[in-house]
Design a protein around this ligand. Sequence first.
Ligand SMILES: [Zn+2]
Length: 216
Amino acid sequence: MCRRLSSATLEVTQHSGAGPGAPEVEISEMKTVLIVLSVLGVAGLATGCSPSGEQTITMKNAEPQSASTSAPPVRPKITRTDAEWRTLLSPEQYRVLRKAGTERPFGAAYEEFKSQGSGTYVCAGCGALLFSSKEKFDSHCGWPSFYDPANATNVVLHEDRTLGMVRVEVTCAQCGGHLGHVFKGEGFDTPTDQRYCINHASLKFVPDEKPKAAQP
Ligand SMILES: [Zn+2]
């Protein structure tokens, strides 16, 4: 398990007293290494979720770093035409993965996610390993939540300034598909206090194989 992604650095300071039930969390400092994927020219439409559903996350003094520094741009390893993605994905998967859409919170997909047992979550677009049930937790935010990726090399972070906010978008490193956003310092009792708020439509659950029954 990797707590810090090699492709991005996220440093967020949480003000004391803020937590999942707090009305507002102020994140005073945030630095991201901005890595722009060539296929991500679309505007993000996602909205961040919060534990209480009412929490407003504000970020001050954001200091985004230019992508023109020494780090080379990360290119998606899987590239398809828009028409190909439309054929391969369901309309909802296409809207979320390829158009940075956000699915409705607390829907049937969320209930399905909560009921899923042990296993791994792979990208619905390309099958790359993204998360596992080991890092899954119930944030009560209405979207699948993980405190860490299962395979950090398959997850890329980007600064997202859409909707008048500064957030960190999470995408698949293999196909560039939009997954959701990551938030830090909200007071969750997890090893990282990071919340990867991920659209269920971006994920495909692969349950662990059950141990075979003993032979008679
Ligand atoms: Zn993918």
